[in-house]
Design a protein around this ligand. Structure first.
Ligand code: SF4
Ligand code: SF4
Length: 167
C-alpha cells in the first residue's frame, strides 16, 4: 500500500495516460460495480485519513445550502456571518466553496478537521468511491485526477487494474 504523498503525486502523474485508457476500458468491459466499491471499502479501512488530510489541502470544497445551515449551527454563527467568514467563490467556476488559504481549507488545523462533526457532506463522503452517486465507471474521470493526491484512490485504481487484468 503506497501512502507517501510525494511518490503518489509523481507516480499518479506518470500514470495519468494509462489511467485515462483504463477509464475507457472499464466503460467497455463487463465488471461488477459492487466489487469495485468493495475494494474501495477495503482500502479505505487500511488508510488513516487523519494522518493524510491531503484532500483538505489540495481540493476546493463545494458546499450546499444544507452544509451552510449545519456548519453555521455547529460554529454558533449566523448564516451571513458564516458566508462572510468561511466561504469564497472558486476562481475557475465561481462555485461557493469553503474559504482557503495557502495551507488549504480554513478549517484544517494541525492536519485535522476542526469542524469534523459539522463538516460538509462532500468531505464526509470523500473520495466518493464507496458512497458516490452513479456507477464507478461513470465517475472515473474524477478518480483519474484523484490518483495524483489521494492514497485511497491511488491504491484502489491499482488494485482494480490488477483485478480486471488491465495493463
Ligand atoms: S471542512 Fe474539514 S474535512 Fe472538509 S476540507 Fe475542511 S478541513 Fe477538510
Ligand atoms: S480521502 Fe484521500 S486525500 Fe483525503 S485524507 Fe483520506 S486518503 Fe488523504
Amino acid at each position: 500500500m503506497l501512502t507517501d504523498l510525494v511518490q503518489i503525486a509523481r507516480i499518479g502523474r506518470q500514470k495519468r495516460d494509462e489511467n485515462f485508457r483504463f477509464r475507457a476500458y472499464l466503460k467497455n468491459h463487463r465488471h461488477s460495480d459492487r466489487r469495485l466499491r468493495r475494494f474501495g471499502e477495503e482500502i479505505q479501512a487500511q488508510i488513516d485519513c487523519t494522518k493524510c488530510a491531503n484532500c483538505c489541502r489540495v481540493t476546493e470544497t463545494e458546499i450546499s445550502e444544507r452544509d451552510i445551515e449545519k456548519l453555521s449551527k455547529f460554529l454558533g454563527v449566523t448564516r451571513d456571518e458564516f458566508l462572510r467568514d468561511y466561504t469564497m467563490r472558486a476562481p475557475l467556476d465561481n462555485e461557493l466553496i469553503l474559504k482557503r488559504d495557502a495551507n488549504g481549507c480554513v478549517f484544517l488545523k494541525d492536519n485535522l478537521c476542526s469542524v469534523y462533526e459539522g463538516r460538509p457532506n462532500n468531505c464526509a463522503n470523500f473520495p466518493h468511491l464507496v458512497r458516490g452517486e452513479g456507477s464507478i465507471a461513470s465517475r472515473m474521470w474524477q478518480f483519474v485526477d484523484r490518483t495524483n493526491y489521494c492514497p485511497i484512490v491511488y491504491n484502489w485504481m491499482e488494485k482494480v487494474k490488477d483485478d480486471i487484468g488491465f495493463r
